[in-house]
Design a protein around this ligand. Structure first.
Ligand SMILES: [Ca+2]
Length: 182
């Protein structure tokens, strides 16, 4: 009887371990909270979207305000009007798998909207598909979420923190995440 109980107990522990691993889906984004400083002229784990050269003039990590930790990414008005776009470095993804991306955005009063994209890339890192959402509220951390399934031809996934050239004001981004939906 004791032996049977021990076997049952160990089985239960095993099931709980597997379940907790599945529930705590791994965040595929390196440096999700912008706490790791800069490297190669960009926040660690990120790069400019397309030919954006405005990091440091319109986009920069700051200690003004943060949702978690000390740092966040700030969008403000660059000296020359330009789109602002920072991507998380693409990580391998598989067609048919569903991915959920999220970020918190704080829109300062009087600012227009900012956007958030979930993007799938092919093996040459060209866009296969992308879906996006925009901020709606001001002066509070707002959770933006996108869930999408990687289409055929997908080799990588990333997110884009983006603000069109016509948009104005100040936005902060923090706690970026991409997880595989089981
Ligand atoms: Ca942070």
């Amino acid at each position: 009887m004791k032996r049977l109980l021990k076997v049952l107990f160990l089985t239960l522990v095993g099931v709980l371990l597997i379940t907790s691993t599945l529930l705590a889906a791994e965040n595929l984004v390196a440096n999700p909270g912008f706490e790791e400083g800069e490297a190669d002229g960009w926040p660690v784990g990120y790069a400019g979207f397309k030919d954006l050269k405005s990091y440091g003039d319109g986009a920069v990590i700051v200690k003004d305000i943060a949702r978690t930790g000390v740092w966040s990414l700030k969008f403000y008005e660059p000296t020359v009007s330009a789109p602002l776009g920072i991507i998380s470095l693409p990580v391998p993804a598989e067609p048919g798998k569903t991915y959920k991306a999220s970020v918190y955005v704080r829109t300062e009063p009087g600012s227009s909207r900012a956007a958030f994209y979930l993007e799938f890339l092919d093996d040459e890192k060209n866009r296969v598909s992308a879906s996006w959402v925009e901020t709606t509220t001001a002066d509070a951390w707002e959770l933006l979420e996108i869930t999408d399934t990687a289409p055929a031809g997908t080799a990588y996934v990333n997110v884009i923190l983006y603000r069109a050239a016509s948009r104005r004001g100040v936005h902060y981004y923090d706690d970026v995440s991409i997880v595989v939906v089981p």
